[in-house]
Ligand binder design. Structure first.
Ligand SMILES: N[C@@H](CCC(=O)N[C@@H](CS)C(=O)NCC(=O)O)C(=O)O
Length: 291
């Protein structure tokens, strides 16, 4: 059977690129890739220009709270790191997958709009979001979806990502692990079948959570023992991911304050957070939510 023309063309391109990569692997590999990218650019740009944009008129007309409707003094306009960027953060009026980004913006003292979307207005907004889910970060009209991508971007932008590529990778690993634990928690929290829910909760309490915290204690001993953070000598978004998780577990009465004392790192982390003025300003003034 003959290979269709489009497949042959595709194969030719792949082979040609592989040959170029081998020939130039000692040096100008980047140039080769850039040249290929340049050829692709008009196509990529045409796709991007067709990407959905949240309609700003709809933002304020469909029941989404504007910053003006939040209590006064909620987001004090101090320490604007990127005056050229206007951040709008869209999530539901809960903590769950949105609180990490709010923590990062709070700890950085950034001026932003904390837009809390009503469940009633969500269906009208859903199709305009990048992945049809929240959270979404909008800056200067560019929209970014996926909570962990948003967290990493903001952490990089505001110096909470770690100092070296290795520190950053370590911080990423902890933040992703905290997100996995959060996902397990949300899974059983929203499970409706009671026997399944009980079983999931038991696994979570007996292994998922203690295993994670024990591992973090060992991790911290290696990477930040003398400083009380998870990696390096200063706060990273990984610390915020862990604290946001523990806080949500406390609100859901899965753990209480005593639980902290079983583990060294969470105890130290709590002290660090309590002494972080900017973050505490956000925590003390944010809208009260059950989870
Ligand atoms: N992997 C995504 C998951 C996003 C997600 O599932 N978001 C939920 C809220 S936590 C959502 O938008 N649910 C509404 C819907 O799917 O219509 C992330 O981390 O951002």
């Amino acid at each position: 059977m003959r290979t269709p023309t489009w497949k042959r063309k595709h194969l030719d391109t792949v082979i040609a690129t592989a040959v170029k990569l081998i020939l130039f692997s000692a040096g100008p590999v980047r140039l080769v890739l850039e040249e290929d990218l340049r050829n692709e650019l008009p196509f990529i740009m045409s796709r991007i220009s067709r990407a959905p944009v949240i309609n700003p008129v709809r933002q304020l007309s469909s029941g989404i709270s504007s910053p003006e409707t939040l209590p006064a003094g909620e987001f004090e306009r101090t320490n604007v790191h990127s005056p050229e960027k206007r951040f709008r953060f869209y999530y539901f009026d809960i903590r769950c997958r949105g609180e990490l980004a709010r923590f990062i913006l709070g700890a950085a003292g950034v001026d932003y709009e904390d837009i809390r979307v009503n469940l009633a207005s969500w269906p009208a907004l859903k199709d305009d979001t990048p992945f049809k889910t929240l959270p979404v970060l909008d800056f200067n009209g560019v929209q970014l979806g996926q909570s962990m991508a948003i967290a990493r971007y903001l952490a990089t932008e505001f110096g909470l990502r770690g100092r070296t590529p290795y520190e950053q990778a370590l911080a990423d690993s902890v933040a992703e692990a905290a997100d996995d634990v959060l996902a397990s928690h949300l899974e059983f929290m929203f499970e409706e079948r009671s026997s399944k829910k009980e079983n999931m909760k038991r696994v979570f309490m007996e292994s998922t959570l203690p295993d994670f915290l024990l591992y973090l204690d060992q991790f911290q001993k290696v990477y930040s023992e003398e400083y009380g953070y998870i990696v390096g000598s200063k706060l990273t978004y990984a610390d915020l991911a862990v604290y946001s998780l523990l806080e949500q577990l406390m609100s859901a009465t899965i753990i209480d304050m005593n639980y902290f004392s079983y583990y060294k790192y969470p105890t130290e982390l709590r002290k660090r957070i309590m002494s972080n003025g900017k973050l505490m300003r956000y925590i003390n003034n944010r809208p009260r939510t059950d989870f």
